[in-house]
Design a protein around this ligand. Structure first.
Ligand SMILES: C[S@@+](CC[C@H](N)C(=O)[O-])C[C@H]1O[C@@H](n2cnc3c(N)ncnc32)[C@H](O)[C@@H]1O
Ligand SMILES: [Zn+2]
Length: 354
C-alpha cells in the first residue's frame, strides 16, 4: 500500500542528531576545478566523527568549499549561468515542497534503471547524478550499496540530506553535474530524469560517465521525443513562456487543474481498463496508455508532483532514440542496453570498458 503522505525524512524523527557530512566521504572527493586532493582544514561543528559545519580545501589550487548544514557545497547557486540558476531555483523549491515518500518509488525506480535489480547495488560505490529529494539515494542505500553519493545542484539537497542522514552509507553533495567533485571511482553511476533538464544533456552524460571506473556501469533515463509530440508542440511553449516563469506557489495551485484531469482519467478509465485482459485490449488503443496506466497506481499527491515537475522546468529536452544511442557510442561503453520505457522515454544501461 502506498502511503503518499509519509515524509521521506521520517527516519530522522526516529534517530535525531545522527551523522552530518560523514568523514569517509573525503576518500571520494576531488577538486571540481583542478582534480586536486580535497582536505578538511577546518571543522567548526562536529558530532563524533561527523562534520556539520566546516571547510574543505583543494591542496593544489587552494580553492575552498564550505560544509553547510552537513552538506559539502561545491556549487554556489548565485554564481550559476541564468538558465542553470532558474532550473536550480525551480527544482529546489519543488523538492522542498514535495518531500513525501511513496512505497511505489522502488518499482518506479527499477523501471527507469532496468535491467538493474536491487541486488546489483550490493557493496557497490554508487553515484546518483541529480538526486532531487533523495528518494533513489535512499533506495540505493537500503539495497546495500557500500556508499551512495547523491549529488544535486539545487536546494533539494536540504531535503535529500534530511531523508538520508541516518544512513551510514548515504552522502549528499551539492554540485553541478558538469563539474563533479569526484575522480573515476564509482562502480555504478545512475541519473534519472535529470539530463534532459541540462542546457547540454550530452555533455552532462559525458561528465557522469567520466566518474565510472573501468568495468563499472552506468544508467540514464531521459524523456523521449518519440510519441511526445503533443508535449513538444502543445505543452512546451506554455511551459517555456509561462509555467516555469511564474511564482512556484501560483503554479502549485494552477497545476491542480491538469492534475485533476489526469487523476480522473487514470483512476476512472486507464487504471480500471488495464486491470482486466478484455479491458487492456481496448485500453492499448487509448492515448498515452502505457504511461497513464503506469501512473494510475499513484495517488493525488504523487500525480500532482508529476504534473508540477513537468510544468516547473525552465529547460526540458526531448531526446530521439538515435541521439540517445549516439551518447552511448561516444563514451567508452560496451554491452549497451537501450529500452523504450512506457513508450515515452529512453533508458540506457552499459558497462564502461576496462
Ligand atoms: C526532475 S528532478 C529529478 C530528481 C531525481 N532524480 C528523482 O527522480 O527524484 C531533476 C533534478 O536535477 C537537478 N539538476 C538540474 N540541473 C543540475 C545540474 N547541472 N547538476 C546537478 N543537478 C541538477 C535538479 O535540481 C533536480 O533536483
Ligand atoms: Zn583545485
Amino acid at each position: 500500500m502506498a502511503h503518499c503522505g509519509s515524509d521521506l525524512s521520517a527516519a530522522e524523527a526516529i534517530t535525531p542528531h545522527f551523522p552530518e557530512m560523514k568523514r569517509k566521504l573525503l576518500d571520494y572527493l576531488r577538486c571540481p576545478s583542478c582534480g586536486g586532493n580535497i582536505t578538511l582544514p577546518s571543522v567548526t561543528q562536529e558530532e563524533g566523527a561527523e562534520i556539520m559545519e566546516g571547510q574543505l580545501a583543494c591542496d593544489s589550487c587552494a580553492q575552498s568549499f564550505p560544509i553547510v548544514r552537513g552538506v559539502p557545497r561545491f556549487a554556489a547557486t548565485e554564481d550559476l549561468a541564468p538558465d542553470k540558476a532558474a532550473t536550480a531555483e525551480n527544482f529546489g523549491w519543488q523538492w522542498q515542497h514535495f518531500t513525501h515518500g511513496n512505497d511505489l518509488y522502488a518499482e518506479q525506480f527499477l523501471g527507469w534503471i532496468a535491467p538493474v535489480r536491487p541486488e546489483f547495488f550490493k557493496d557497490k560505490v554508487v553515484l546518483e547524478g541529480g538526486c532531487g529529494k533523495g528518494r533513489h539515494t535512499l533506495l540505493a542505500a537500503s539495497w546495500g550499496a557500500r556508499e551512495i553519493i547523491g549529488v544535486d545542484l539545487s536546494d533539494a539537497v536540504e531535503t535529500a540530506f534530511a531523508a538520508t542522514r541516518v544512513l551510514e552509507n548515504a552522502h549528499i553533495v551539492q554540485a553541478d553535474i558538469y563539474h563533479l567533485p569526484f575522480p573515476r571511482v564509482f562502480d555504478y553511476v545512475f541519473s534519472v530524469g535529470v539530463l534532459h533538464h541540462l542546457p547540454d544533456p550530452a555533455a552532462g552524460f559525458r561528465s557522469l560517465s567520466a566518474t565510472v571506473k573501468p568495468g563499472g556501469h552506468l544508467s540514464a533515463w531521459v524523456y523521449g521525443a518519440e510519441n511526445n509530440e503533443w508535449i513538444t508542440r502543445g505543452i512546451n511553449p506554455l511551459r517555456e513562456k509561462f509555467s516555469s516563469k511564474i511564482d512556484q506557489r501560483a503554479l502549485l495551485q494552477l497545476s491542480k487543474f491538469p492534475t485533476a484531469l489526469m487523476y480522473l482519467a487514470t483512476k476512472l478509465v486507464y487504471g480500471p481498463l488495464n486491470r482486466s485482459d478484455a479491458g487492456a485490449k481496448v485500453a492499448r488503443h487509448l492515448f498515452y496508455n502505457d504511461y497513464l496506466n503506469a501512473i494510475s497506481k499513484f495517488g493525488w499527491r504523487e500525480q500532482h508532483t508529476i504534473v508540477f515537475d513537468h510544468l516547473v522546468a525552465p529547460t526540458s529536452h526531448y531526446i530521439h532514440r538515435d541521439e540517445f544511442e549516439a551518447w552511448w557510442s561516444a563514451i567508452n561503453a560496451e554491452d549497451v542496453t537501450i529500452g523504450w520505457h512506457n513508450k515515452n522515454s529512453w533508458r540506457g544501461f552499459a558497462r564502461i570498458r576496462i
